[in-house]
Design a protein around this ligand. Structure first.
Ligand SMILES: [Zn+2]
Length: 288
């Protein structure tokens, strides 16, 4: 018998000792049509029926184990134990009273973890059962031999999740891959497109900026050096603007005063020089 370390052990007697051994080759998922914790599921198996599953899964992802995985549990009819001694590991999961809701994210995570463990510890192969006796992973209504009374268990939403999320998740984690990585695998054509897009971009992912018309000896600059260059050019513009303003102001003041041209030029030069010095003090905090 084997007990999953990720589950709370709640051993069910007398079944745990009295029921025959199995060699587990399948993992079959169920919904219990009640919003039960593993503890409540254990009590139900113990007090109200002689059926039972190996595992019980709560909405919050909590897991209980009632029967060792090398002992028969009675949740899936003919798959419980076959004449050759093989059998299915079964899990009941909390659901609404119509078994119509999907598994929660926490339930999905626990199912994936347990599925990986059953693959690694019990050798259950990473495939969906192809026949009722075929080793692998499945859900209760998948085969009539497992479900002779034709329950819809585990419900449409969970069958869809089993196929699209839970089983692929088990495979991905057991093999060290994720489906997402496969999805984004790049072709050579994709890489060429990305390279072309990067070459056209002004700001590269490496923080270098391509400046049109820059000397070929230094065609790119880092973001920091480009910002410094921009600030220098702003300073130069401000200096020129201050000089022009000073010149215009001085000229306006001299209009109609009768001073000669040489005196006007000298006065404007002084005004410009004073204005430029003032700009440099404002911008750099020191005269230059
Ligand atoms: Zn079922």
């Amino acid at each position: 018998m084997a007990w999953y370390p990720g589950a709370k052990k709640m051993e069910l007697q007398p079944e745990s000792d009295s029921q025959p051994a199995i060699r587990p080759t399948q993992f079959i998922l169920h919904s219990i049509v009640a919003p039960w914790t593993p503890e409540r599921t254990y009590e139900y198996w113990r007090d109200s029926t002689n059926l039972e599953s190996h595992f019980g899964l709560g909405y919050d992802g909590s897991l209980g184990q009632f029967i060792g995985t090398h002992t028969r549990a009675d949740a899936n009819a003919a798959a419980n134990r076959r004449a050759d001694g093989t059998g299915a590991v079964s899990l009941e999961s909390a659901s609404n009273l119509a078994a119509s809701d999907p598994w929660t994210a926490e339930q999905v995570e626990t199912l994936i973890e347990l599925g990986v463990w059953l693959h690694e510890e019990e050798g259950i192969p990473l495939r969906i059962c192809r026949t009722a006796d075929d080793p692998g992973f499945g859900y209760h209504r998948q085969f009539t031999a497992w479900n002779p009374s034709a329950h819809s268990c585990p419900g449409d939403a969970r069958v869809k999740q089993f196929k699209e999320v839970v089983f692929p998740g088990i495979v991905a984690r057991a093999t060290g891959q994720t489906p997402e990585e496969d999805d984004v695998a790049l072709t050579t054509e994709d890489i060429k497109k990305i390279a072309a897009a990067s070459a056209a971009a002004t700001l590269g992912l490496d923080g270098k900026i391509t400046i049109p018309g820059a000397p070929t000896t230094n065609p790119t600059y880092t973001l920091a050096s480009t910002q410094t260059e921009i600030l220098k050019r702003i300073d130069a513009v401000r200096t020129a603007e201050a000089a022009q303003t000073a010149a215009i102001t001085k000229l306006a003041a001299l209009v109609g005063t009768g001073v000669d041209t040489a005196a006007v030029v000298a006065a404007v030069k002084v005004a410009i020089a004073e204005a430029v010095v003032k700009v440099h003090v404002d911008v750099t905090g020191q005269e230059s």
